[in-house]
Design a protein around this ligand. Structure first.
Ligand code: SAH
Length: 394
């Protein structure tokens, strides 16, 4: 068994059960990609069993903080069983859900989503890559399913020195799938969709948006960065009269229109704009066009804190424009999925957007990722998605 020795004073985060060991914390020791190593303090005390990643800045990711534990086939079966059991404890109204959320489920570098009877897995570290077949076997055995698709094409794979890999690990067939979420259906494609196929993390926010549409009887909804129209379908399901959805991806918009049809809504209630959101909002402002509800769910502008400053400017601009085309009394659902922008900073950014737009708003709810994308107290980095539901002061 190989071991890596930490520099003095670098033990603290592992002692708090935070699973990452950065390259700069290591005094000596090395191993093969994904190999299990014993991580020791500067004086040789056991800290964790971890998977080694020779080319990543996150040089090792802890599997276990218990010295007596072995990192073997039963270990992965047990971790997966705990993650699956946890999903029974959460309130999830969908047959599309995240079964394993990486570090938060004690399985760094592994994401597994279930879409109906199909599993989709993403292996993003040398450790999870090394145990791929063991993990796949355990997933299939414990869920009783027979279809498992691999979507290991996330950009973080490159940081681990791993090539992109996609395709069936078990089973075969059509990669187009329809899930049932809340009161609606959503079509997606696990081979070509974003992430593992869809933004499951916004499930609870889509339900809230439908609830507001029902309560406030929205006339004119604007869904910015609509992707395949999840929030648009939610608004229509809640009874919104008209929904305009904007995205810069024509294929995503086509799927959005298909999702509206799939739910039997009149196509005339939905319009689709292939355009840049920022430019569109400026044009609406010039034209005096206003909306009584807006969703702003942009892509990740700041993957890490290093990108935070530029990203903050982009978020500020977008929110300023959105607030300026929102009717008094209107509702804004605004999000950041940037790991590099914390909830406090996001709040401050939106506050300065309001100040610039000369608008004040009530913060009526704070949103996060759905509970099957859990955060844990040991791993604050798990909090990437944050949202505010605002009502513009009349
Ligand atoms: N709200 C969506 C997820 C949004 S993902 C949901 O609930 O499913 C972000 C989307 O923003 C992607 O579909 C991407 O095509 C789009 N996008 C990125 N930059 C854009 C821009 N400048 N203008 C319009 N759309 C953009």
């Amino acid at each position: 068994m190989k071991s890596i020795r930490l520099k003095e004073g670098k033990e603290r985060s592992l002692l708090r059960r935070h699973p990452w060991v950065f390259d700069g914390a290591i005094a000596r020791g090395s191993a093969d990609p994904g190999e299990t190593v014993r991580v020791e303090s500067h004086n040789g005390e056991f800290l964790a069993w971890a998977a080694f990643s020779p080319s990543s800045k996150i040089r090792a990711r802890a599997w276990s903080f218990t010295e007596a534990e072995r990192i073997d086939v039963p270990f992965f079966a047990a971790r997966i069983a705990v993650a699956l059991a946890a999903r029974q404890l959460f309130d999830i109204r969908s047959d599309g859900l995240r079964l394993i959320h990486s570090e938060s489920d004690g399985l760094p570098g592994l994401v597994v989503d279930r879409y109906g009877d199909t599993l989709v897995a993403q292996f993003t570290s040398c450790g999870s890559e090394r145990w791929k077949s063991v993990i796949a076997d355990a997933l299939l055995a414990q869920t009783g399913l027979s279809r498992l698709f691999e979507r290991s094409d996330a950009s973080v794979r490159a940081l681990e020195g791993l090539p992109d890999v996609t395709g069936w690990l078990a089973g075969s067939g059509d990669t187009a799938i329809t899930i049932r979420e809340h009161d609606w259906k959503l079509g997606l494609d696990i081979a070509s969709g974003h992430k593992t196929g869809f933004y499951l993390d916004q499930r609870d926010s889509r339900a809230r948006f439908a609830a507001y549409a029902r309560h406030r009887r929205f006339e004119r909804v604007l869904n910015c960065f609509c992707y395949t129209g999840g929030f648009s379908v939610a608004a229509l399901s809640g009874g919104a009269a008209q929904v305009l959805s904007i995205d810069s991806s024509a294929p995503a918009l086509a799927k959005g229109a298909a999702n509206v049809a799939l739910n039997g809504f009149d196509a005339a209630r939905a319009s689709w704009l292939d355009a840049d959101v920022n430019a569109s909002l400026r044009r609406f402002r010039q034209d005096g066009r206003a909306f009584d509800a807006i969703v702003l769910d942009p892509p990740k502008f700041a993957p890490t804190v290093a990108h935070a400053e530029r990203a903050a400017r982009a978020y500020k601009d977008l929110n300023r424009l959105a607030l300026s085309v929102l009717e008094p009394g209107g509702v804004l659902f605004t999000y950041s999925c940037s790991g590099g922008i914390g909830a406090d900073l996001f709040h401050k950014i939106v506050a300065s957007s309001g100040a610039d737009a000369g608008v004040d708003a009530f913060i009526v709810e704070r949103m996060g990722g759905a509970p099957d994308h859990p955060m844990t107290i040991a791993f604050p980095e798990g909090e990437y998605l944050k949202g505010l539901i605002l009502v513009k002061k009349p």
